[in-house]
Ligand binder design. Sequence first.
Ligand SMILES: [Zn+2]
Length: 508
Amino acid sequence: MDSINRRQFLKAGSVATAGIPFAANVLASQAAATRASSRMIAIQIGAVSFVDEGIEKCLDILQERGAVNTVMPAVYSNSRGTAGRHKPYPGHGKNVEDMSINGGNYATVHPSFYKDISIDPRATQATDHPGFDVLRDLIPHTRKRGMKVIGLFQNSFNEKLPGADKLFAYDFNGKQTDALCFNNPYHRRFLTGLVDDFVNSYDIDGLMYVNETQGAFTDMMGGRFRGRERGLPGSRICFCPYCIDKAKAQGIRVERLKAAFEEAEKFVAAGRVHQRPVDGFYVSFWRLLLRHPELLHWEHLYHESYREVYTLMYDHVKAANKKLMFGLHIWTNTSMNPIYRAEQDFSELSRCADFLKLALYNNCGGPRMASYIQSIGDTVYGDLSREEATQFHYRVLNYPNEAPYPRVSEAGLSAHYVYREVKRALDGRGNGGAKILAGIDVDIPLSQLDIVDGAQLEKAAQTTRERVRNATREALRANADGIVISRKYSEMKLDNLSGIGDAVRELS
Ligand SMILES: [Zn+2]
């Protein structure tokens, strides 16, 4: 099967590379460099970059500047975060800012893999780059260079597709949200169909799933960066019949949930306007939990549900080919929110993943940490000053050397944070656990939403070649099994990307 696929794909032409010369001598030295590094040096990249810049040219740049040996194309995404282009323009690619993308499947949808998913699977075909299949067209070029291809697919969907309403999550008021429900059988069948399609139709080396969500309770408390924008009724997912039935079967007192979330909402609303409860925020928070333990049940049910889906997808990958890798992107929220971290047990996740990519974004991590503190500092930790809340988090998360609030927004998190988090993951995964890959951020754009009290957008922590080199060096020094250059190539300045190559070559 593999050899047949490979021959077929080697014959396949590429619309994006026409006219670009193939330099055999350059490739030979690059192949040697690729073999020299046994660790995975991966990069996330949208199809748009191959279309804008040409596959061969992109791969030349990735190998030369980033010492990349594994390409992670966004094969399914509705997010411009993984599949679009942003300002500020990085000096390569087209100067276009995608305010939104059509999104969907950037390979070719093979409808026979999708059964009973409530929509016509062909409608999930991305239409942004007609005639371009990011796997069919890319893989022959990566094979020649000895590079691996791991497809990135993201928890997202086009809510405008006919029939899509059957896959989505619903809030407490019965309103459809833009999030997908992990207990929804149509959604589950869509995801396993997607996995089956990718692993059976293409000669890929694996898949990585991206899920950046948490349960209704922590979301409502503002337990994430940009959390002030959330915490509203729409985020109280998911209360669809599938979730309600599952909760009842587990003995959760579903009839009490409405009152519980109404009380939680009052607590958050008062905090947002700095009205201190009579007994203070922390005591009131615990009173809320003690009176309404359903809130925590509901939160844990959410996390259990997506882990079930992870296992389902892992099993589908392995059923096609045991050698294929299935990995998980672990949201940067695990570096901030201790409750979210408590749900990310690396030994547990290792049972359904071959690798875990931790988003250890130490550049944008600075503003994000400050933004998280600002948000949670209105609710659970409203009794503390922002700086006290920050120091509390640094202590419980075990970050001894990070900048105080709000200076962390400008200073970023340190390279030492990357080192400590890799170490924690290696210790936490247990014997035979998943490989640990450090996600290194290069030029992830910030917006005013990321900026806190008194901090300025233009002064927020910027990616530099030196910071990228230091973070990569610390990840590898901590014995990470590899790194993933994030979020996507189209937003990275090439000189900053070179910081990865600097560190990899220095250590090899
Ligand atoms: Zn649901």
